[in-house]
Design a binder for this molecule. Sequence first.
Ligand code: KIV
Length: 284
Amino acid sequence: MTEAPRQKVSIPHLYEMREKGEIISWLTCYDFPMAQFEEHAGIEMILVGDSASMVVYGESSTLPIKMDTLIEHCKAVRRGAPTAFIIGDMPFLSYQVSPQEAVYNAGRFMKEAGCDAIKLEGGVRIAETVKAIVNAGIPVVGHIGLTPQSSSMLGGFKVQGKDAESARLLVEDAKALEKAGVFGVLLECVPTKVSMHIKKNVSCLLFGIGAGAGCDGQLLIIHDIIGLYQCFTPKFVKQYANIAPIILDALKSYKKEVREKAFPTKEHEFTIKAEELKKLEELG
Ligand code: KIV
């Protein structure tokens, strides 16, 4: 793959895109080879999401993944996508205990992994923490609506803001995040009309995952759009490719050829000079 011919994506660049009416594309990514693909495809933003807990590590929720693990994933993604705007996702318990701990952990994403910003879940209840992180010079995206780290409290992975009162609370959350200094708010699983109502109430960038058209940017999980995660596909996902049968065919062919001794052949083998082989045989 050749280098993608573009400047490093920055926050002013993202705001310029909105000015021009261009919608920002945002995908999750967790490793070097996929980061190279996303960079090459010109994806503007990459989220190294705590969804890695489920789609990479096979856990049943996002809660178990640790800071250190996500930092290593961020480093790999940065190596593969040098110009994308990379966001490190603050894992459960990395920011809820105290604003000081939150600033320290957010700083690790920037300092150790070369991220451009961090994302955390929550609105009004997390505003003071967001303020502390922004005051440390770290750009923040707030994540509201369906917030998977609190799915137990929300009663599962459900659409949020379906009645006027819960939608009003989402507007309050978005406003509180904006006041605390975020450059963007991510809405997850929110009715489109509620997203557009929120859009009228904030001036920061509005991103959506299952929040309908009309947001400034769209986010999806890479494993979902290429058919790599087989356990569950949310309604808001569009699958752009199904690579699962391609992978399975390749693995079955490999197994068959190994069993039938059709692999490896001469073209995959290394050689030794005849005189060296003779010496080896004499050595016993
Ligand atoms: O971790 C993640 O991928 C996320 C998205 C589901 C919004 O937070």
